[in-house]
Structure formats: structure tokens, C-alpha cells
Design a protein around this ligand. Structure first.
Ligand SMILES: Cc1cc2nc3c(=O)[nH]c(=O)nc-3n(C[C@H](O)[C@H](O)[C@H](O)COP(=O)(O)OP(=O)(O)OC[C@H]3O[C@@H](n4cnc5c(N)ncnc54)[C@H](O)[C@@H]3O)c2cc1C
Length: 467
């Protein structure tokens, strides 16, 4: 088996040890905000629309619902705090793609792909317009995204693509001698501060009249044949004419969706702010969102105060498929990220990481969100963003509202929206299967990207596994 550049150019362990001394196990973004506390549900109530989940999916649904119809009563129920989960700890790459990349969409819905690309761009523009309209402080920067090739076989895949940069041009943008080529997509990606985005969506929602309740968990949904649906929470009952579920990787309140996603942990590091000399040593003046091109890839970006966030590569599924805070403390993954960081930027030797953290991704077998309704159209759900939901959650909100309002729209008539992914098998088969696929992907990354029999078979049946 071959090696990757990250194994051929390993930094000294003293460099890694030094960089991780004093690093705290906390999400930088959530440390970097001041938050408003929202009350817990005070008791029983009745509403037009109840939304479960205070991440981007739930909050976009709340904002869009009020924008579409200011008269309706809308409540958001959040088990913990607004934007504490994936929405407060992600990389902040706000990408137009609704299909987790062009290739995934092209394989599954070739006849719709042109329109899906346009709808994705309109959605990204809708986010930028919302940020401007409400004066949202989310550090939104329309920087574009730069994907870099770090192995010769990846360069071949890039050739002829729009935005192609050869070795000299890509290294002129960002100074890493691991880069062999790049693709700079200038329009289709913005960067933002994830936690600020979530909290600002909550502010806008409440200014539009949405009632947000934190520290309130929905335990189950009771629905009779007709009439309102009852959400049974640990603080009271909510009778709602319509319900939208934005619970992401957490156990679905609908039994039918329990096997549709698996929780996969993604690990992240944040450096201290770089000095002017350190910044000069890496270039990166256009501040693009960066990622490399393998199956197991890194994503990295600058913050407003010129720190570097460096995440990805290891995507870990823990046997049993549970979500536990203890899984966030995985030094092995954080050390690997630190090592790969200094392989990429050896000139930054001496830089320290102030924060390390992890978050849960709702992986589904088609890599992008799926949508549906339950209980005779009174409940809508969207889940399965598989690590690309910063922008796509807004599109998902509109799909859910179209469905709950009984509207036939272009969105609801898309095959991408109507079709569902294949479910994962129950445990223990899920662990065995997911880990076999992970190993096969690692092997492909060490073998010039060549996909073995297992991956090709899964590709053929439209079932895959990705971060
Ligand atoms: C480390 C990491 C990096 C990522 N990087 C990127 C990136 O750069 N770009 C990108 O596009 N995507 C990225 N993603 C994915 C992106 O963050 C998610 O797709 C997006 O935040 C999903 O939003 P959500 O609202 O659906 O989920 P969440 O933010 O997870 O919110 C779900 C909420 O539902 C609540 N909830 C669940 N069950 C209940 C219940 N029964 N009662 C009440 N409340 C409940 C939870 O408490 C939670 O707050 C990343 C994810 C992670 C973890």
C-alpha cells in the first residue's frame, strides 16, 4: 500500500506536543459568543407550528415560517441551548451545494443537476440577503472555496475543471509545498462564524415573534387520526397544528427514521491568532475556505482574528451508534490533525492550538438531506445533511414549510426531495459495515484513489458513507 503526504512528511513529535500544550477541550466558536438565555417551556400551550430543534434547521424553519406568514404562532423547542450542537461547532463553510457536491448529485439525479445547482446558488444568495436584511453579525465572508490536490492522482481529476490552478498558481494563493494543483470556486461558498450565525438566527426569529424555549426536551409525539399533534415534553404538552422536526443526528422522534442516519464524530482544532509575520508566511490573502481532495479530507479556514481552524480527516463511528460527550475527547484524532497541520504548514512550527473539539454529523447513505412527512402531512422532517448543512438547512426549511402548507412547488416536485436514502442496518451490523467502509476508503486514499470492490459495490447500489 502507498503512503500519503501526511505520512511521508511527519513533523517532529516535539512540535505536536508543544502545539497541544494547554489546549482546552471546548468549542472555540461557543466560547467566542455572548448568548441570550431563552426560557424553558412554562407549561401546556397550543400553537400553529411547533419546531423541534434549535439548530440551523429549526431556526431557519422558524424565520422562514414568519417571513412567509407573520400571523401564525410559531414555537421552537430546544432540549439544551440554541446552536450548541453541530450548528455551533462546525467549520462554517456555507456552501451552495444541496447535494454534497456536484459529483454526488450528478450520479444520483443527473437530469435535475443543473436546476439543483441553480437552486443551491439562489439559497446561498438568500442567506447572504437575510444576513444583510436583519443586520446579522455572523462574520459572513463570500470568499469562495479552494480545493487542493496533495497527491499526483488527484491532479489528474482536477484537470479541465473550471477554476483550475496549477502548482505554481495554487502555491501563490496559499503557501504550502504539499499543494500540487487547486480548484478555486469563487462564487459557491461563503465562510461564517457558526455559533454567531445560530444565535443571530434565534435573535431574528424572536424579533419576528417566534417563541423559543430552551432546556425543554420533546419526549414523544402523540397524534390521533385527525386534529392537532401533541408534543409531550419534560415541561408540558404542546398541541400543534403542524410540527417540523430539525433534530439532526439525535434519535428521531419518528421510529421510521431511526435507521436513516448514523452519528459520526468529526474532530477540529483551532490555533491561537497568527501574527502578521506568520500570516505573511502562508499568504492566503483571499481567505478562501480550503480543503484537500481525498476521501478522508481536511477542511481549514481563517477566522476574523486570523486563527486557523483545521478539522476533518478522521470521521469516527462509535459502536452502538450513540451520542456521548466523552467521544469528543479523542486525543488520537486531535494529534493526527496537529501532525497534518504542520505537514501542510511547516513554517508555522511553534504555533499553539487553543481549542480542540468534536461534533456529531448526521450521516445518511446518500450524503445529503432527505425530507418527508408523517401523520397525514401534519409532521415534516429534514435530516441527513452528512456534514454539509450550513447552507442546505435553509433550503430544507422551505421544503418542510411547503409540505406542511400543502403546497406543490418546484422544490417538492424534485426527485431529490421526493426520494429517500436506503437505511443503515441495525447494530451490530451497522458498526461492522460502517467500519469496513471506512477502512476501504482509507485504503483507496493510500492507493492512488482507486476504489476497491466494497466501495464500488456500494457506489453501484447508491449507498455510501462519508463525513
Ligand atoms: C465538526 C463539524 C463540522 C462541520 N462543518 C461543516 C461545514 O463547514 N459546512 C457545512 O455545510 N456543514 C458542516 N457541518 C454540518 C452542519 O453543522 C450541520 O449539517 C448543521 O449544523 C445541521 O443543523 P441542524 O439544525 O439540523 O442540527 P443541530 O445543530 O445538531 O441541531 C439539532 C438540535 O435539535 C435538538 N434536539 C434533538 N432532539 C431533540 C428533542 N427530542 N427535543 C428538543 N430538542 C431536540 C438538539 O439539542 C440540537 O440543538 C459540520 C458538522 C460538524 C459536527
Amino acid at each position: 500500500m502507498g503512503t500519503t503526504v501526511f505520512e511521508r512528511r511527519v513533523p517532529a513529535s516535539s512540535v505536536i506536543d508543544h502545539s497541544l500544550q494547554g489546549t482546552v477541550l471546548r468549542t472555540f466558536w461557543l466560547d467566542d459568543v455572548e448568548r441570550t438565555a431563552y426560557p424553558a417551556l412554562p407549561g401546556d400551550m397550543t400553537t400553529d407550528l411547533a419546531i423541534v430543534g434549535g439548530g440551523y434547521t429549526g431556526l431557519w424553519t422558524a424565520v422562514r415560517a414568519k417571513e412567509r406568514n407573520p400571523e401564525r404562532r410559531v414555537v421552537v423547542i430546544e432540549a439544551s441551548r440554541v446552536a450548541w450542537a453541530a450548528s455551533g461547532r462546525n467549520g462554517g463553510f456555507c456552501e451552495a451545494s444541496l447535494t454534497h457536491g456536484e459529483q454526488n448529485g450528478q450520479t444520483r439525479w443527473p437530469e435535475e443537476m443543473d436546476r439543483l445547482t441553480e437552486l443551491g446558488m439562489e439559497n446561498l444568495q438568500g442567506i447572504e440577503d437575510t444576513v444583510a436584511r436583519y443586520g446579522m453579525d455572523a462574520e459572513f465572508e463570500r470568499t469562495g472555496a479552494l480545493t487542493v490536490a496533495v497527491e499526483p492522482y488527484q491532479v489528474a481529476d482536477f484537470a479541465g475543471e473550471h477554476g483550475f490552478l496549477d502548482q505554481e498558481a495554487v502555491r501563490a494563493e496559499v503557501h504550502s509545498d504539499t499543494y500540487l494543483a487547486g480548484i478555486w470556486e469563487k462564487d459557491s461558498c461563503a465562510l461564517l462564524h457558526p455559533a454567531k450565525m445560530g444565535l443571530e438566527l434565534a435573535r431574528v426569529a424572536s424579533e419576528l415573534g417566534v417563541e423559543i424555549f430552551e432546556q425543554t426536551r420533546v419526549r414523544r409525539i402523540d397524534a390521533d387520526a385527525a386534529g392537532p399533534v401533541t408534543l409531550v415534553t419534560d415541561r408540558g404538552r404542546i398541541r400543534a397544528h403542524r410540527v417540523a422536526l430539525g433534530t439532526n443526528a439525535f434519535p428521531s422522534l419518528l421510529k421510521r427514521n431511526r435507521l436513516m442516519t448514523v452519528p459520526v464524530y468529526d474532530y477540529v482544532l483551532m490555533t491561537e491568532p497568527l501574527t502578521a509575520e506568520q500570516m505573511a508566511s502562508i499568504g492566503w490573502e483571499h481567505r478562501q475556505g480550503l480543503s484537500d481532495a481525498a476521501n478522508q479530507f481536511h477542511y481549514y479556514r481563517l477566522t476574523a482574528d486570523n486563527r486557523i481552524l483545521f478539522g476533518g480527516y478522521d470521521a469516527v463511528y462509535f459502536a452502538g451508534g450513540r451520542i456521548r460527550p466523552g467521544y469528543e475527547d479523542r486525543m488520537e484524532s486531535h494529534r493526527k490533525l496537529a501532525s497534518h497541520f504542520f505537514t501542510t504548514f511547516p513554517q508555522l512550527e511553534g504555533v499553539r492550538f487553543t481549542h480542540r473539539w468534536a461534533g456529531v454529523i448526521d450521516s445518511c447513505s446518500r450524503f445529503c438531506a432527505f425530507f418527508g412527512t408523517a401523520r397525514k402531512g401534519r409532521i415534516a422532517y429534514a435530516s441527513g445533511f452528512t456534514g454539509l448543512g450550513v447552507a442546505a438547512t435553509r433550503f430544507a426549511a422551505d421544503v418542510m414549510l411547503d409540505r406542511l402548507e400543502g403546497l406543490e412547488t418546484e422544490r417538492t416536485s424534485l426527485r431529490m426531495v421526493k426520494e429517500k436514502p436506503l437505511p443503515f442496518p441495525p447494530e451490530p451490523a451497522a458498526s461492522i459495515g460502517v467500519n469496513l467502509v471506512r477502512r476501504a476508503m482509507d485504503k483507496a486514499d493510500h492507493n492512488d484513489g482507486k476504489r476497491g470492490l466494497l466501495l464500488r459495490t456500494l457506489d453501484a447500489v447508491g449507498m455510501g458513507f462519508d463525513s
